[in-house]
Design a protein around this ligand. Structure first.
Ligand code: 5GP
Length: 117
């Protein structure tokens, strides 16, 4: 069950500030507070989903499509389309998912190497 007591819910509701780079009806994107590389932006759903599996199960096909279009659009906006970037979705304990509100990390702006950072 989705728990509203998480930091991204508070960001969505304006209770906690963020460095926003993009928003539309489906998605909101902002800089990660602890950047792990030169460009580290989070794209979160406006809908209340816990993780990737929950999003794919509960969201409509249009919402899933629009969300990933937004992720692609944000990557273009950040100027990493040609240089390349990594998308990261942590899901659950073993992945170290810290915030239980579905989100995608966009990582780039420098060579990331073969391994996850
Ligand atoms: P996860 O491990 O859940 O995939 O990643 C959650 C991310 O949210 C982490 O990279 C963490 O730095 C970021 N984060 C946690 N709290 C805040 C916050 O208050 N503001 C922002 N902008 N990012 C946050």
């Amino acid at each position: 069950m989705y728990n509203r007591d998480n930091v991204f819910y508070k960001i969505l509701n304006g209770q906690i500030p963020c460095e926003k780079v993009y928003e539309d009806a489906i998605a909101v994107a902002f800089h990660d507070i602890h950047r792990c590389c030169r460009i580290h932006v989070l794209v979160i759903t406006r809908g209340l989903y816990i993780n990737f599996a929950d999003f794919v199960k509960q969201a409509s096909a249009d919402e899933v499509k629009s969300f990933f279009h937004a992720v692609s659009h944000v990557a273009n906006m950040l100027g990493v389309k040609d240089s390349g970037y990594r998308l990261l979705m942590n899901s659950g304990l073993d992945a170290g998912q810290e915030v239980e509100h579905f989100h995608v990390h966009i990582l780039g702006g420098e060579p990331l190497g073969k391994k996850l950072k």
